[in-house]
Design a binder for this molecule. Structure first.
Ligand code: ARG
Length: 459
């Protein structure tokens, strides 16, 4: 098939270069957005009387027909069309003849492709937002029934202080909320129309940019035509928000992988989300969180690719930008499938081993801060109390004992202010309960958090 620009050239494109140059292999994903973009443009050309109303409707009907044919599997864009824009234009001309050649009046593929990706990304962001909310709800449901389930809390991967399991899970809901907010902010910058910027300078054809923008549901239009065709910030912002969100999925994945080891035994995998080994009959592998952790890397890679793609590229449109599509397509696909998989994993893929969780917090020194705080309550300066407890820890370790195994007389040898009531302060339930500072793990605080999220997630 002759290229639309072939008249200016004497020779045909090298066949390898033709394929090398083409984006149709991946940008056919934008077919519905490209059709919508063209329909809005044709409508506008009719309204401004650049086209007669009959020409405008002929074009619109032709484009609608292409949509139907595509949805029925009768039209599948591909080579030798270079990209989705040419593919649709060629198909339109083959369907309606000469009038089809008027569609590209007053526009360029540069503003067209920018419009298409924005329409596509806007839709994807809306879907991702719902998937994140679904995951928040899954965490919420487990949290709600585990206010009084205790889990060791760690810093530096060392036992630190016991936590309410609900509080631990609510931390993920907070992270995911920031992800949602970030996507919302990115969406606002995606939702700006470049259509009508034409190649880079605008056009002398009488167009109405506000009209096409509002037809396509854009909030506003780019003010500068050069910026309109050159801006790929929004792609980078989308992948950046995704990368951060993937890091949150990777964090919980890592925790789950640890929790289901024999060493931790805080949870076990149900058969729904685990796989066996080809060799070792006893194995039950956490493939799902491992895959999510692994896929995080590819999203980080896309971010790096896009940042590098725009580096040192002069104004305005450059073919480098064709490379924006695969990273954003794959990012959207990856984050969506990971969100879904994690939601299934949380809903039905893991079961907490409540007995093991409570045994773990019974048998460690994670109540040491509380022993110091006990003395603080008796007006002992914190630093002194801290050092006294340090000595008690050393004493216990030597004798393979825990605080609760000490006699009150032994405590008193370390500090006279110790009394019988210290034993109640050392109980893990009371340790957690007493951390009632705002945002702390104390049960009253956790209930408050849960009430807040119950309303916010509209459960
Ligand atoms: N396939 C191109 C892209 O994805 C479409 C725009 C091409 N514009 C151009 N002037 N070559 O960016």
């Amino acid at each position: 098939m002759a290229k639309v620009w072939s008249k200016r050239f004497d020779n045909a494109l090298d066949p390898f270069i033709e394929k090398f140059n083409a984006s149709i292999g991946f940008d056919r994903k934008l077919i519905l957005e490209d059709l919508d973009c063209s329909i809005a443009h044709a409508k506008m050309l009719g309204k401004t009387q650049v086209l007669t109303s009959s020409e405008s409707s002929q074009i619109i009907n032709g484009l609608e027909l292409i949509k139907v044919e595509y949805l029925e599997g009768k039209f599948s864009p591909g080579l030798p069309s270079e990209d989705i824009h040419y593919s649709i234009e060629e198909k339109l001309i083959s369907l309606i003849g000469e009038t089809g050649k008027k569609l590209h009046t007053g526009r360029s593929r540069n503003d067209q492709v920018g419009t298409d990706i924005r329409l596509w990304l806007r839709k994807e962001i809306d879907k991702i937002e719902i998937l994140i909310t679904d995951l928040q709800k899954s965490f919420f449901n487990i949290a709600k029934s585990n206010i009084y389930t205790l889990i060791p809390g760690y810093t530096h991967m060392q036992r630190a202080q016991p936590l309410s399991l609900a509080h631990h899970l609510l931390a993920y809901i907070e992270m995911l909320q920031r992800d949602r907010e970030r996507f919302k902010e990115v969406r606002a910058r995606v939702n700006i129309s470049p259509l009508g910027a034409a190649a880079l300078a605008g056009t002398k054809i009488k167009i109405d940019r506000q009209f096409t923008a509002s037809e396509l549901g854009f909030e506003k239009i780019y003010k500068n035509s050069i910026d309109a065709v050159s801006d790929r910030d929004f792609c980078i912002e989308f992948v950046s928000a995704s990368a951060l969100s993937m890091s949150h999925l990777s964090k919980i994945s890592e925790e789950i992988i640890l929790w289901v080891t024999d060493e931790f035994s805080f949870a076990k995998l149900t058969d729904k989300c685990a796989t066996g080994s080809s060799l070792m009959p006893q194995k039950k592998n956490p493939d799902v969180p491992e895959l999510i952790r692994g896929k995080t890397g590819r999203v980080y890679g896309h971010l790096q690719a896009l940042l590098t793609m725009v580096k040192g590229v002069p104004l305005s449109y450059n073919k480098d930008f064709q490379e924006d599509k695969e990273p954003i397509f794959d990012t959207a696909e990856t984050i969506s499938s990971c969100m879904k998989a994690m939601t299934i994993l949380i809903n039905e893929g893991i079961e907490f081993n409540i007995k093991n969780l409570s045994d773990s917090v019974e048998n460690d020194f994670s109540n040491a801060t509380d022993l110091a705080d006990y003395l603080v309550g008796k007006d002992v300066p914190f630093r002194t109390a801290y050092q006294v407890v340090g000595e008690i820890v050393k004493y216990c370790l030597k004798r393979k004992m825990l605080f609760k195994n000490l006699k009150i007389g032994e405590f008193k040898k370390f500090h006279p202010e110790f009394d019988e009531d210290v034993f109640s302060d050392l109980k893990p339930h009371n340790v957690v309960k007493s951390r009632n500072s705002e945002g702390g793990t104390g049960f009253v605080q956790v209930e408050k958090e849960l009430n807040h999220w119950q309303k916010k997630l509209l459960l």
